[in-house]
Design a protein around this ligand. Structure first.
Ligand code: HEM
Length: 123
């Protein structure tokens, strides 16, 4: 929250305004990412297939107010996803095979895809 009125890039931000960083814009910056709205996990691999960390991927934000729960969240997401893909095969719902576009969704506190159904078959 601004503690005083701020002049920034031709905008006047009044005292007491809550500021939220637009991390979606960072993750979809066409100056950094080739076709940012396309699902291309290989963009994070080098030519030997090793993962390459990028300073432009900041879902937990950066700086003094970055997420305090980052390590816990990363561990939980890893354990959850690995457990799921070890036990299930995920397939599109045959009754609704068209998945929503990856860049189409609802903007709020984050950017969320529209709901869709899928089938999980136990392996
Ligand atoms: C995928 C999961 C999560 C994501 C993507 C995420 C993301 C973020 C982001 C972007 C911020 C900075 C918000 C801002 O601009 O002020 C933040 C702050 C924070 N997060 Fe998370 N978070 C996650 C999970 C968690 C968990 C599991 C915890 C606690 C158990 C947590 C605790 C916090 C706290 C305490 C702050 C405030 C830090 C401060 O203002 O100094 N987060 N988080």
């Amino acid at each position: 929250m601004t503690t005083q009125t701020v002049n920034f890039a031709n905008y006047v931000i009044p005292k007491g305004t809550t500021i939220v960083a637009n991390l979606w814009a960072v993750h979809n910056d066409p100056d950094v990412w080739d076709e940012p709205s396309k699902f291309k996990p290989e963009r994070h691999l080098d030519d030997k297939g090793n993962f390459v960390q990028s300073k432009h991927v900041i879902p937990f934000s950066v700086g003094p107010r970055h997420c305090l729960g980052e390590q816990l969240a990363r561990m939980k997401i890893f354990i959850f996803l690995v457990s799921m893909v070890q036990k299930f095969e995920f397939l599109p719902d045959p009754n609704e095979p068209d998945l929503p576009e990856i860049d189409d969704g609802v903007i709020g506190n984050g950017f969320f895809p529209y709901p869709f159904n899928f089938v999980a078959n136990e392996i």
